[in-house]
Design a protein around this ligand. Structure first.
Ligand SMILES: [Zn+2]
Length: 277
């Protein structure tokens, strides 16, 4: 699943390309979107802004209309110049919103709806989202409170819960816990306030570093994600995807195990991230 940094970059790139421009054409594979377009045309509306909330991309159009998309596992937004060759098959096209200068193409997007600003405020999934690690007004205290509420849950699972902390996905879950030397299977109640604060702060720092300027290219999906701070592409991550390879800190073999109700893969170093005794 795309993580918060990917969605954030996608929204920022869309915003830069489209904001303030008027929609020249609209096309969609979603009948429900086309019905709205027939009744109240998207063409001619101004794209006011594009934002990311958790893993949702919100495109605000004039006339109090918001296009909400959620990427789930395989969805992505690309930006092209008119006439430029698409990097994915036309079969995967779900939405095209074009201005005079750019064409935003949503590929394999499973969830899309037009909604109003007011209805958006009542949207269940959005309303229950925890503090967004990439938002400017990030409330660490509220995030910590929500983590503490889940005392009998393993910390790695809590980090994936978007109602606790919005923006983290499976890659960063493992990376953040490695950086903090916390064992992913530790129950929240067995972690100190200082440890939890460090985990939240690290999540924010690592995701923010991955949306910094210079990493944002015009194609919005393929982020150059890294947590080690090393430039070599082979050394970008500490533990994720490195089962049985030596830990970059201590040389112990990195382990992997399915964790939680969704059986998401968790990577960790059994030496650097010892289980509490
Ligand atoms: Zn290690």
């Amino acid at each position: 699943m795309p993580e918060g940094d990917t969605i954030f970059r996608a929204a920022r790139t869309l915003h830069r390309a489209l904001a303030g421009r008027s929609v020249a054409s609209f096309e969609s594979a979603f009948p429900a979107l086309n019905r709205i377009h027939d009744d109240a045309p998207i063409t001619g509306r101004t794209i006011e802004r594009v934002t990311a909330v958790g893993k949702h991309v919100l495109m605000h159009l004039s006339g109090n209309l918001v296009l909400r998309t959620h990427m789930r596992m395989n969805g992505s937004w690309h930006i092209y110049r008119p006439g430029e060759r698409w990097q994915r098959s036309r079969r995967d096209m779900r939405i095209v919103i074009a201005t005079e200068d750019f064409e935003a193409v949503g590929f394999s997007i499973p969830v899309a709806e037009f909604t109003s600003g007011r209805r958006l405020g009542k949207h269940r999934e959005l309303r229950t989202l925890g503090p967004d690690v990439l938002s400017e007004g990030f409330q660490a205290a509220e995030a910590l409170r929500r983590i503490r509420d889940r005392g009998t849950t393993e910390i790695a699972d809590v980090l994936l819960n978007q109602r606790v902390l919005a923006g983290l996905g499976n890659v960063y879950k493992s990376e953040v816990l490695f950086i903090c030397r916390s064992n992913p299977f530790t129950l929240v109640r067995d972690l100190s306030d200082i440890q939890l604060a460090a985990i939240v702060e690290t999540a924010r720092r690592v995701l923010s570093a991955n949306v910094s300027e210079g990493l944002a290219l015009m194609t919005t999906y393929n982020g150059f994600r890294r947590t080690t701070g090393r430039g070599d592409p082979k050394e970008r991550l500490w533990v994720y995807g490195r089962a049985r390879l030596p830990c970059r800190r201590c040389g112990a073999a990195i382990r992997v195990r399915k964790q939680g109700t969704d059986a998401r893969l968790t990577y960790w170093c059994p030496h650097c991230q010892r289980a509490p005794v």
